[in-house]
Design a protein around this ligand. Structure first.
Ligand code: SAH
Length: 248
């Protein structure tokens, strides 16, 4: 079981597979006022940076599930590096439908809401693992500027303009689902660069090491087009944030 190989190539050097910097992740951890021993669940945990650094900085414990064997392995290595192996646990697997045995104080899905078939379905899934008084974390894109055409939306890798909402609409949608938005930390254009631009050097180095790989042409094409595409589209039009929600 794995995600498409192209992501394991382009994001192999990422610790955070999202437009967040380490500083923004730390800001979010501090904003949530986490207490030692707080139990977390993270669906689509990637390379485990959120769980591992919050375990180090706030003494949280928890489990992450991710479909990429590479990212899951990197998460385990990060736990060793930060000395938190007794606090965190990373499972390689499909998080679709995953409900934890023990209820958690923080249930997160940060940048992988297709796991629940969209934002509403993911909130519903996470809520099944949440203890009373717990917090749901959703990481999701929104339109920073509304695209002037469907073509512009597609150049932001959205299927259509309607796939994402504006920030006020996204926040209102959480209310419509019966949740208070109790905190949020947003990406900015520079933190988008940390996610997107970091892929370019990784691609360049991978191409040099793997010139005859079956994906070499695809990676070459991406490295050629991505910097301009990112500057023209994603960087201008797409926002991203993590929203902390509590049921009303
Ligand atoms: N939350 C992490 C990773 C976000 S990227 C971070 O912020 O760094 C999206 C992640 O979802 C990837 O790591 C990918 O491997 C994982 N993923 C995709 N489909 C999945 C599924 N069905 N179950 C579990 N993980 C999945």
């Amino acid at each position: 079981m794995d995600i498409p190989r192209i992501f394991n190539i382009t994001e192999s050097a990422h610790r955070i597979h999202n437009p967040f910097t380490p500083e923004k992740l730390a800001t979010l951890g501090a904003a949530l006022r986490l207490e030692r021993g707080t139990r977390l669940l993270d669906l689509g945990s990637g390379s485990g940076e959120m769980l591992c650094t919050w375990a180090r900085d706030h003494g949280v414990i928890g489990t992450g599930i991710d479909m990429s064997p590479l990212f899951t392995e990197q998460a385990k290595l990060r736990a060793v590096e930060l000395g938190v192996t007794d606090q965190v646990n990373f499972i390689h697997g499909d998080a679709v439908g995953y409900v934890s045995e023990e209820k958690v104080a923080v249930a997160a899905c940060v940048g992988a809401t297709w796991i629940g078939g969209g934002v509403a379905g993911t909130i519903e899934l996470l809520a099944r693992s949440l203890r009373t008084g717990g917090i749901i974390l959703i990481g999701e894109p929104y339109w920073r500027q509304l695209p002037p055409s469907e073509d512009v939306a597609k150049s932001c890798f959205a299927n259509s303009i309607s796939e994402f909402l504006t920030l006020p609409e996204l926040i209102a949608s959480f209310g419509d689902l019966g949740y208070d938005v109790v905190e949020m930390v947003l990406a900015d254009q520079d933190s988008w660069d940390r996610y997107e631009a970091a892929k370019w050097l990784t691609m360049r180095r991978w191409l040099e090491a793997n010139p005859d790989d079956e994906l070499a042409q695809e990676v070459r094409a991406q490295l050629t087009s991505e910097p301009v595409r990112h500057a023209a589209y994603t960087r201008e039009y797409l926002g991203w944030g993590v929203f902390a929600l509590m049921p009303r």
